[in-house]
Design a protein around this ligand. Structure first.
Ligand SMILES: NC(=O)c1ccc[n+]([C@@H]2O[C@H](COP(=O)([O-])OP(=O)(O)OC[C@H]3O[C@@H](n4cnc5c(N)ncnc54)[C@H](OP(=O)(O)O)[C@@H]3O)[C@@H](O)[C@H]2O)c1
Length: 268
């Protein structure tokens, strides 16, 4: 991975921050990566011992500054973030709900970007949305795509006006997948299966369906039709799920509610 000058700095070594830093280390970043976190995890301390990161070094302007703290903490730690922002620093925030204008205003630079990862990024299977201000150089977008790749796929840059809708799909979507496994297992138990076995079947089936979908060129709807023989067992179940357009209209309403909440939290 190319080394930005003067360096790569990460504020917040929590779940997402550590997933990113671990990915950079694996990708052979020539570091050390500067990581600032007042309560470093054992994982971070191990990386420091191995010389791969510098933990809480002196505050200095970064080449790329990645902000991965909780959004509610951000306004309270501006004094410790600002010294990392020099005239050439590119700032990437993965904080939910803080707009590009908000970042630029609080940090005193226009060279800002946002990314919205999702939790499968913790195992390198994520979908991360990337968002830059209009007119931002393609070089910045390319550098940030490269930086986010350890989490999985990167989509964008997308317009900030699309970010709430995109977040409602890929940011919240893992919860929809977990809910599917949860209710499938519960239905199995309701119909007489042992709970542990029902959970094993549901988890593996959701994982397998995802893997098959990613391995195939077919649309999800076609894959569904392929396993739905006329008059068959799957068809009997889907007739219930799709009765009166139940599943599509419920999902559309759910995504609408997520978009509304995301906009409220962003102060739109
Ligand atoms: N997890 C997700 O699925 C997800 C998805 C999309 C976006 N995000 C965004 O990613 C960001 C991080 O989420 P996360 O799940 O990684 O949260 P997290 O695990 O709580 O990580 C945040 C880290 O920042 C540390 N921190 C607290 N105060 C700090 C300070 N003054 N300076 C430096 N570090 C400080 C925290 O330490 P303490 O634990 O000691 O407070 C923690 O280690 C959030 O803004 C969230 O909106 C997360």
């Amino acid at each position: 991975m190319a080394k930005p000058e003067p360096g790569l700095t990460l504020i917040g070594g929590g779940r997402m921050g550590s997933a990113l830093a671990g990915g950079w280390i694996k990708a052979g970043y020539g570091g050390p990566i500067a990581i600032h976190d007042p309560n470093p995890s054992d994982l971070l301390q191990g990386w420091e011992t191995g010389g791969k990161i510098a933990l809480n070094p002196e505050l200095a302007p970064a080449g790329i500054l990645v902000v991965a703290v909780k959004p509610q903490i951000f306004p309270t730690i501006l004094d410790t973030i600002k010294p990392h922002v020099g005239p050439d620093t590119l700032v990437l925030s993965i904080m939910a709900g803080i707009t590009l204008d908000g970042l630029a205003d609080k940090l005193g630079t226009d060279r800002v970007a946002r990314a919205m990862p999702n939790t499968p990024g913790l195992v390198g299977k994520g979908m991360t949305l990337l968002c830059l201000p209009e007119g931002a150089p393609e070089g910045d977008a390319a550098m940030l795509r490269d930086l986010l790749t350890p989490l999985g796929d990167v989509e964008g840059p997308i317009g900030e006006d699309k970010l709430s809708a995109a977040t409602a799909i890929s940011g919240c979507g893992p919860a929809y997948g977990f809910l599917l496994a949860e209710v499938m297992a519960a239905a199995g138990v309701a119909h007489g299966l042992d709970r542990d076995m029902a959970l094993r079947l549901a988890r593996k089936t959701v994982e397998g369906a995802g893997a098959l979908m990613m391995d195939s060129d077919e649309l999800p709807s076609k894959l569904r039709e392929n396993v739905t023989s006329p008059g068959g067992v799957t068809k009997a179940a889907l007739d219930v799920l799709m009765r009166g357009d139940a599943m599509p209209s419920l999902m559309e309403e759910a995504v609408g509610a997520a978009i509304k909440r995301d906009r409220e939290l962003s102060g739109d």
